[in-house]
Design a protein around this ligand. Structure first.
Ligand code: NAD
Length: 261
């Protein structure tokens, strides 16, 4: 459900309805986690930017160098599975060269001290897990899993190249468990994320441009659930008006300095 990532509809023109005043830029106002029962960190590609994981779009983005039609859709996989798997092996190898940063570690530490701290991520890179964080929902899948259409999912943490490209049970090609362009999202994963977000009382969006749907629809959901809304992003986004507080700074800085137990 990663491709969906890309597959997902980017709707740059969408403006969310806003009943509250425009979000305030919060200099370094601390947030006390103990005052919240359920906290959802909703993360995007910007969380991994400081680790050096390339983004999909923009200058230097993967899709400015490669055509997703050749490497990140089911049709490409059906046409040439080896080429698609090689492309993903290169991406896995490049992510392994990146180290998690202080923001990833801070999130893991928050989870260790507060059982209600949950993570819903759009990222497929596994960087949070490498830092010891628990991820409740990977909306777009993981580059560290593959799946057989008949025999289901399996983890594959081999370094770069997949441990195996064929299903041990039936010999079919294993495809990355990532939401590609034109894929449907994993409804069970989205349902789990939606339940968490509908019940949270603090929602923190970190490093997401909030233009990839349906994941971006979780922002108005959190707001309509009455959660306190916090955005961490050096840039304002199309969804910034939905937030009560904005921290216009890199994830590593905000995650290590803003949250107190
Ligand atoms: P995006 O690329 O659309 O937006 C990234 C956002 O992060 C931007 O708004 C940018 O201003 C912000 N940002 C940049 N540096 C930051 C920093 N240091 N701290 C905090 N924020 C920072 O990302 P998206 O909204 O996640 O959507 C892209 C889609 O592509 C997602 O669905 C995701 O699954 C996928 N994707 C994943 C990865 C990954 O797993 N690392 C990488 C690229 C894309």
């Amino acid at each position: 459900m990663n491709g969906a990532v890309e597959a997902m509809d980017a709707r740059p023109g969408v403006v969310f309805p806003s009943a509250r005043p425009r979000s305030m830029l919060s200099a370094m106002k601390p947030i006390h986690l103990s005052q919240h029962r359920c906290v959802v960190f909703f993360t995007g590609a910007g969380l991994s930017a400081e680790s050096g994981v390339p983004t999909y779009r923009g200058a230097g983005g993967i899709w400015s160098q490669y055509r997703y039609q050749d490497y990140a859709c089911q049709r490409a996989f059906d046409r040439d599975p080896q080429a698609v798997l090689e492309f993903h092996e290169l991406r896995r190898a490049s992510v392994l060269e990146c180290a998690s940063h202080a923001g990833h570690a801070a999130l893991a530490a928050m989870q260790a001290t507060h059982a209600g701290v949950r993570v819903v991520t759009q990222n497929i890179d596994g960087m949070l897990q490498r830092a010891g964080a628990r991820v409740d929902a990977e909306l777009h899948g993981s580059m560290w899993r593959v799946r057989c259409a008949r025999h289901g999912l399996r983890d594959d943490f081999a370094r770069g190249p997949y441990a195996t490209r064929r299903c041990a049970d039936c010999g079919a090609w294993l495809r990355p468990d990532i939401t590609w362009f034109e894929d449907a999202v994993d409804e069970a994963v989205f349902a789990r994320a939606g339940e968490l977000i509908a019940n949270c009382d603090l929602f923190v969006a970190v490093g997401t441009s909030a233009v990839v749907y349906p994941a971006a629809s979780f922002l108005p959901l959190a707001r309509s659930a009455g959660a306190m809304m916090v955005e961490i992003n050096p840039e304002s986004t199309e969804a910034s008006d939905l937030f009560d507080h904005r921290y216009a700074m890199p994830a590593s800085e905000a995650l290590t300095r803003v949250f107190q137990t």
